[in-house]
Design a protein around this ligand. Structure first.
Ligand code: SAM
Length: 360
């Protein structure tokens, strides 16, 4: 049984709350049109058989996939309703694409770091807008790239070697054993209840010699000079998200744990690379300053995306209290002189070349 702190336990900080553009009026905001309304998916053939929702680029999706849920003016996925904390509306899409650019810069203008030269079968788990899958398909035209997600928010016009599927990756996988050269996992924090089972499924579906790559960041900004008191909004923020992760049974700490978990699964030559995304744009390193500015903008907007559902639905905070908390985070991100950063890790590991396909 998880002990969930009350909002008053969390809101110890004397930081002044500034007005936010995300006022409670958003509750009455008109819903964003659901995908399919006016989109090119509407014009296409209908027809799904059984429970499969695979191959939706040529079909009309069933309503249990597209009847999105709306909460406080934000749009959430419908398939396996409630499984994921983040919205799937245009606002969320824009932030995902900004994050993609940040990861691309961080990785030295590369899409992945695992030492694979010409991967042929690639899976992108929790593909989101599909931007990583699309760019990877463009860069490796001989590869087949599959993106899988709860939400069908990916564009219809994509490279011919790229396709998307709607599925829940926490369910038993139906991909063939030994199929993929590369499985890419990015920002699945707070989405996977059992990472060991998840990595065993990756193992099973990777060919011997194939790689899994896990790219994640922490949700708690850390002071660069140790100057953050425990009442600062950053640790309070990190604590609240961690509590929500505990309450939902889906931790946000995979950025820290992934290397050990890959080793425990039996992956070899596991490599962990550590990066920092500053929460501000000052400093002497031009690349880090640019990343810091982007991170500041991203976190400022994403404060609501990450936490609104976690605070209101998972931790049962009243909406107004959740928005006040989000406003504090945004205010500090915008005005505070605190020099903090968010740890980012890229971890990859190889399934051994010769294996009986059994993991540890
Ligand atoms: C933070 S977004 C990251 C998107 C993408 N990986 C990227 O880095 O651009 C997490 C994505 O994982 C998807 N997701 C979460 N839980 C999932 C599940 N159980 N099965 C499939 N997709 C899931 C969400 O719908 C969302 O699109």
């Amino acid at each position: 049984m998880v002990e969930v702190n009350s909002p008053s336990d969390i809101l110890l900080s004397p930081i002044s709350t500034q007005p936010t553009s995300l006022t409670p009026d958003r509750v009455n905001a008109p819903p964003v049109p659901a995908l399919g309304e006016g989109s090119d998916l509407e014009d296409t053939d209908s027809g799904y058989s059984g429970s499969s929702v695979i191959g939706y680029e040529t079909k009309t999706l069933p309503s249990y996939v597209t009847d999105y849920r709306f909460e406080y003016g934000r749009r959430y996925h419908a398939f396996h309703d409630g499984a994921y904390w983040g919205p799937n509306d245009k606002h969320a899409e824009v932030l995902q694409e900004l994050a993609h650019r940040m990861y691309y810069t961080t990785l030295g203008n590369r899409l992945y770091l695992a030492p694979l030269v010409t991967p042929q079968e690639i899976l992108d788990v929790g593909t989101g807008t599909g931007i990583w899958a699309i760019e990877t398909a463009d860069e490796y035209p001989s590869a087949r790239v599959t993106g899988v997600d709860l939400s069908p928010i990916q564009p219809s016009f994509v490279p011919p070697n790229c396709s998307f599927e709607v599925d829940d990756v926490t369910m038993p996988w139906t991909y063939a054993s030994n199929r993929f050269d590369l499985i890419h996992v990015r920002e699945m924090f707070g989405s996977i209840p059992d990472w060991d089972t998840f990595f065993r499924q990756c193992w099973e579906c990777l060919r011997p010699g194939g790689y899994v790559e896990v790219v994640e960041h922490s949700v708690e900004p850390i002071s660069e000079d140790g100057g953050l008191g425990s009442n600062h909004i950053y640790p309070l923020w990190g604590e609240s998200i961690a509590l929500a992760g505990q309450a939902s049974g889906k931790s946000f700490s995979i950025w820290r744990d992934s290397a050990q978990r890959l080793k425990d699964t039996g992956f070899q030559d596991v490599v962990r690379l550590n990066y920092r995304w500053p929460t501000h744009g000052s400093g002497t390193d031009a690349r880090l300053c640019e990343l810091g500015r982007q991170n500041q903008i991203r976190l400022h907007h994403e404060a609501e995306d990450i936490s609104l559902r976690l605070l209101t639905s998972t931790l049962k905070w009243p909406y107004k209290l959740a928005q006040d908390f989000i406003a504090q985070m945004r205010f500090v991100l915008k005005h505070d002189e605190t020099h903090a950063y968010v740890p980012v890790t890229v971890v990859y590991g190889r399934k051994p070349d010769r294996t009986s396909n059994t993991h540890h």
